[in-house]
Ligand binder design. Structure first.
Ligand SMILES: Cc1cc2nc3c(=O)[nH]c(=O)nc-3n(C[C@H](O)[C@H](O)[C@H](O)COP(=O)(O)OP(=O)(O)OC[C@H]3O[C@@H](n4cnc5c(N)ncnc54)[C@H](O)[C@@H]3O)c2cc1C
Length: 212
């Protein structure tokens, strides 16, 4: 893609690769090529990147860990922005926790347990990112991530950012409004009760064994 070097120059902190196969980005290892794959592990550069793509009329799709994607062998004719990181970005303030959309769901569950915060143990072992999880209202054992979210930072496809309350995300079973609008979850804030760490840890272990 012609603009690859321009995008790389504008965002030297991001990895910009042309002609990669999307099978490298999906759990099921399926998916043909895309013109440009951009790794954006942190929310910091994302608004400016999306604005730059928008201004250049470049179609794009933001993905997370690719655990809920089945992509054709023909690939996708748009820029793929992978917003996924193995370095959790989480801030806790008493019972309020703000987490980047790129953080892995299981890391989020593990760290909240470690901070005596419940009860996101149901996220234990669910593959994917918080962003993908909020977009699809991921859940297990009758509970889902939207139940605990109080607000979120949302990035529109034109690069503008706004804060929304939980109700505006219109959560329902494995669904949120983000699926319809193409907006991107930059970060989410949860209000969580303080619970007994040993009990949360035991529940996490139980779920890990169950999933195994
Ligand atoms: C073995 C296995 C077990 C699973 N178990 C469960 C389970 O118990 N419960 C459950 O709910 N799901 C489960 N899933 C499905 C999957 O884990 C979830 O859907 C997960 O939330 C997807 O996250 P992801 O980052 O991989 O998203 P991706 O697969 O990368 O993307 C999925 C969709 O979300 C969108 N998206 C990704 N990131 C963002 C973002 N930041 N903002 C807005 N939209 C975004 C993408 O555009 C795409 O439309 C399982 C999958 C596998 C393979």
């Amino acid at each position: 893609m012609e603009c690859a070097s321009e995008i790389q120059t504008l965002f030297p902190e991001l990895r910009v690769q042309a002609g990669r196969r999307l099978s490298e980005c999906t759990t099921f290892r399926v998916g043909g090529p895309c013109p440009l794959l951009i790794d954006a592990p942190s929310a910091g550069s994302l608004p400016a990147l999306i604005k730059a793509l928008h201004e250049r009329n470049l179609a794009f799709l933001v993905i997370g860990q690719g655990s809920n994607l089945v992509i054709s062998d023909e690939g996708l004719d748009c820029v793929i922005v992978r917003f996924c990181s193995e370095k959790p970005e989480i801030q806790t303030d008493a019972g309020r926790v703000t987490v980047s959309g790129s953080t892995l769901l299981d890391d989020f569950a593990r760290i909240t347990v470690g901070n005596n915060l419940g009860d996101l143990t149901f996220c234990t072992g669910i593959p994917g990112t918080v962003g993908g999880g909020v977009a699809g209202n991921a859940g297990a054992f009758g509970r889902q991530i939207g139940d605990h979210l109080i607000s979120a930072e949302i990035l529109a496809p034109d690069g503008s950012v706004r804060s929304v309350h939980s109700e505006e995300l219109e959560f329902s079973y494995r669904h949120s409004r983000l699926k319809e609008t193409g907006e991107i979850l930059l970060s989410a804030t949860f209000e969580l009760p303080m619970l007994e760490k040993n009990e949360l840890q035991a529940e996490r272990e139980r779920i890990l064994q169950f999933r195994k």
